[in-house]
Design a protein around this ligand. Structure first.
Ligand SMILES: Cc1cc2nc3c(=O)[nH]c(=O)nc-3n(C[C@H](O)[C@H](O)[C@H](O)COP(=O)(O)OP(=O)(O)OC[C@H]3O[C@@H](n4cnc5c(N)ncnc54)[C@H](O)[C@@H]3O)c2cc1C
Length: 266
């Protein structure tokens, strides 16, 4: 049976996230959290594979204790179980430290054929964690995966988005795929799923349960430094063309065409 692991991240529901200007980290307190919307596609892809081939699907997240809610939601959608990676020693992790801890947890799970992640998290927005995990584990990687064509015991065939169209890859298993929206339509949790998710025991792994190097964790293991935070200034200067009759309408349309041509937009 296929063993699938889905890395999901809990993110603030609002896009109006505040930053601590001194530490350069996000202020998460007091903000409602949800599963990163783009991770729902990874969850759906895992569940569809389970329905097609038979699989055990495990959702995994690194976050504060409250991130257990995200795992329960993933189980309510159809994942079999969840693992929470949580501990003070993980605080301040950048994408490298996050990828390291997730990769070590996956090593501890031992049996895995396929790891799925979202394309990017809507808060950090780097898209680095999926490739980071693949790199720590030495796995074949497909980013921007738009279709899973076939899985056999030793390989997977996928289609991925590239600038000019699509590319088909045949990769040895185990592999890691970061998926894009195009791959599916995520389902809603079922009542049966919700009941299961409410009761299920979700283990919490911290430094105590994993073989982790202290130097790779939290701020110590995070080479990224936020040196400055800037708020983008929106300077939009629109032009409104007033139209009162056929003549002014013609003039307005001509002006717009000239403007578009001048800007070489057409
Ligand atoms: C200096 C520094 C300090 C930071 N300190 C903190 C902190 O204290 N607390 C904190 O929460 N964040 C912190 N961050 C942010 C944190 O590094 C990122 O949010 C995290 O590494 C994920 O990166 P991303 O959001 O860009 O995810 P992406 O790389 O955009 O995510 C891609 C995919 O990877 C998977 N994924 C991403 N993150 C996780 C996760 N945690 N668990 C499971 N799967 C995941 C998901 O499938 C997601 O769709 C810090 C960042 C920096 C630069």
């Amino acid at each position: 049976m296929l063993q699938i692991i889905i890395a999901i991240k809990q993110v603030p529901e609002t896009s109006n996230v505040k930053m601590d200007e001194v530490t350069g980290t996000m202020i998460r307190e007091g903000v409602e959290s949800i599963i990163n919307p783009l991770d729902l596609y990874a969850i759906e892809a895992g569940i569809q594979l389970k329905e097609k081939y038979g699989a055990k699907v495990t959702a995994i997240t690194m976050g504060p204790p409250s991130a257990v809610k995200a795992l329960r939601e993933a189980i309510a959608m159809g994942c079999d179980d969840g693992i929470l990676l949580s501990g003070n020693e993980f605080a301040g992790s950048d994408t490298r430290a996050t990828s390291y801890v997730l990769a070590e947890a996956i090593k501890k799970i031992k049996a895995y054929d396929l790891i799925l992640t979202g394309e990017r998290a809507t808060d950090g927005d780097t898209g680095q964690v999926g490739p980071g995990i693949a790199s720590f584990l030495g796995l074949s990687l497909s980013t921007y995966t738009s279709k899973i064509i076939e899985i056999k015991s030793k390989y997977i065939i996928v289609e991925r988005l590239i600038e000019e169209g699509y590319e088909t890859l045949k990769m040895p298993l185990p592999a890691l795929l970061t998926v894009v929206k195009e791959i599916n339509y995520p389902r809603l949790p079922t009542l049966k799923g919700k009941q299961k998710a409410k009761k299920i025991m979700i283990p919490i792994w911290s430094k105590k349960n994993m073989r982790l190097k202290q130097s790779e964790l939290g701020l110590n293991g995070s080479p990224t430094r936020v040196v400055k935070i800037d708020h983008p200034k929106v300077i939009r200067k629109g032009t409104i063309l007033k139209v009162s009759d056929e003549k002014t309408l013609d003039e307005a349309v001509n002006k717009m065409i000239k403007f578009i041509q001048k800007k070489e937009l057409i």
